[in-house]
Design a protein around this ligand. Sequence first.
Ligand code: PLP
Length: 420
Amino acid sequence: MTSAAASETPAAPDAGTRAPGTGAAITWQDEVSRDLLNLGGRLALFVRGEGSHVWDADGVRYLDFLGGIAVNALGHAHPAFVAAVTSQAATLAHVSNYFATPPQLELAARLKRLAGAGENGHVFFANSGSEANETAIKLARLHGRATGKRTIVSLHGAFHGRTMGSLSLTPKAAYQDPFRPLLPEVVHIAATLEALEDAIDDTVAALFVEPIQGEAGVVPLPDGFLRRARELTSAHGALLVVDEVQTGVGRTGEWFAFQREGIVPDAMTLAKGIAGGFPLGALVTFGDADVFYPGTHNSTFGGNPLATAVGNAVLAEIESSDLLANVTERGAQLRHAVEGLPLVTGTRGSGLLIGITLLSPVAAEVRDAAQRRGLIVNAPTADVIRLAPAYTIGDAEIDEFTTLFAAALDEVATHAKEDA
Ligand code: PLP
């Protein structure tokens, strides 16, 4: 690590461990290869976090502008998060889906209110975004069963998850091809108004859309797409499902990104920021869209009192500290701060979900150069850097980010010139 400031040095967890028979120290990277599935990632070994910073096992401090991929809405170890985890863990952590609990009922009512789901809206709690989308796929199947509709439509560039159903709606060859056959009767269309007009007809059970495609490089839907999608799905009796796993619970400066478009979907899926780092997902149904009945779905862990108490604490903190306004303001400030930096051609996204587009496909180099300087960002595509920092960031974090990011871009731009 180079210039990141170290403040405190937690002991490396396996300092002193020796590989049997060799005398050589086992590194954490060795342990990753030995003990975890070989799925990539694991770019550092983090041991502690506070606010917008995390520390690795060597005591090196990093500015975290990825936020656990748009999860740590309040940053790390926020007092409201810590209090909710500790007090609920000491009260009642889990009872299973056979029973209701007060935190679960409170969070369901809160989500319905914030989303405008209406009196007949309902909430199902899951444990991840993929699982929330599985639930939405089953909703589409049940809806289609009643009305004879079977097709599910999703968009090119979509990311709805890695489980078999959500993967079927995620048309990326590298993710899908090793796992075929996938769900039948899923159609992928371009994110254009023309493709939408062609695709939505009386055979369609549901259309799944992300208001901003985060994994595709923070790509917003074209203007008017969501409104036209609402009109067409309503006209043809299909469900409009918005996947707000990445954009939801304040990330874009609205509680939910669809609200900016003045539409009401039939269902919305959530996860990531909803409990600020505690695993929780949700499906929210609007109006009369809920057609589940006993026996058709459930989850042992889903909506347990521990996860939902944390969800309540996170959403209450966002509300009471007016963090949505901070998301909007800091997002604009950040976008302005990166304009004109080397290699940067523009920005897109909304609030604190920001894609920084680069002149050439060097996003992975920029990410690595940033990490060497103590800044965490990510590269969802070859020429885009994604930022998804905590909603609580202020001037100090933005200044620190700008300095580190500019230095990382300079390094990569200089190498690019030398190589040319
Ligand atoms: N949907 C969207 C829009 C996502 O961004 C993601 C994850 O990045 C998912 C679904 C899957 O969520 P999870 O990784 O929690 O299963």
